[in-house]
Design a binder for this molecule. Sequence first.
Ligand SMILES: NC(=O)c1ccc[n+]([C@@H]2O[C@H](COP(=O)([O-])OP(=O)(O)OC[C@H]3O[C@@H](n4cnc5c(N)ncnc54)[C@H](OP(=O)(O)O)[C@@H]3O)[C@@H](O)[C@H]2O)c1
Length: 313
Amino acid sequence: MTPETPAIGAAAPDLTGRRVLVTGVTSGLGTATAELFARAGAEVLLAGRNRDKLAQVRQQMRRDLGPALGDRELRAIVVDLADLSSVRHAAAEVSGLGPLDVLVNNAGVMALGPERTVDGFDVQMGTNHFGPFALTGLLLPALVSSGDARVVTIASQAHRLAREAPLEDPRVPVVRHRPWRVYSASKLANLLFTAELDRRAREAGLPLRATAAHPGWTATGLMSGSRHGSGGGIGSILVGAFGLLGQSPEEGAAATVMAATADLPGGAYVGPSGPLEMRGLPHVVGGSRLARDAWAADRLWQLSEEATGVTYP
Ligand SMILES: NC(=O)c1ccc[n+]([C@@H]2O[C@H](COP(=O)([O-])OP(=O)(O)OC[C@H]3O[C@@H](n4cnc5c(N)ncnc54)[C@H](OP(=O)(O)O)[C@@H]3O)[C@@H](O)[C@H]2O)c1
């Protein structure tokens, strides 16, 4: 991408002729992100796990964008990040389209479990980290062929709650499952992945920058989708709080757009500039000490290659 100067809250530059893939477009931040990119002129690939929901989002976006969409197609890509065979299938389809300028690893789940993915991973680690790790690796040739690619992965302030990096074998169930702890660890994994991908790309001289973003508190389906979002207790309080205090999905997605298009150094992390990074225009933020642990980032990378069977070229 040809980057623009990173002002706080910078709008997307003209992205005409650029191809962008956003995962998790069927709800919340993903829908808003896809629409912001489409409004900026990009060819947007709408990725989601549910074919019917994808068709609805596509229709809605066509209506919202109207004539501004021109002859751009809004192609739907079916991908279940909790199923590596689906990830492989989707990556092959996307690679067949030609160069990919931006990949946004946005899809995620929160505080679920102890269910396992099709491949036997914890559902949160599988959906939030291992699926995106595999998808990014399989799309690397398409990204590199764009000549100036960006991979943006959506993390969370929740990464700060992680007590250690998730370096245990994801296929071995833990004795006592703690949904919030796993969510925090998966979001820490997003930042470790970003740092390591960027480091490896630089070392190999690849034309690719990896960045991360978080949307602060944004009112979406994430909290209600968690099993703590219903049935009273702290989860219901949090759902109410997100609904009342949260930014709109469009405001939350501004951090993603900045991480994807502003002239930032690789490894940059973007989030809201307001108090506690809960809301506000996006700017560059910092991660926790654990998120800067280069040894853990490398170890997680090796573990992810082993677990997914996807080895980066
Ligand atoms: N909202 C916040 O305040 C907040 C704060 C920090 C970080 N985040 C992060 O922001 C990202 C987006 O979350 P959101 O708030 O927009 O939540 P959301 O409204 O629940 O949207 C999540 C999206 O992920 C998709 N998804 C879930 N599992 C999937 C799978 N196995 N394969 C493919 N897609 C899958 C969902 O698809 P379906 O529609 O099919 O369920 C949906 O499109 C997540 O990574 C989350 O951790 C959000």
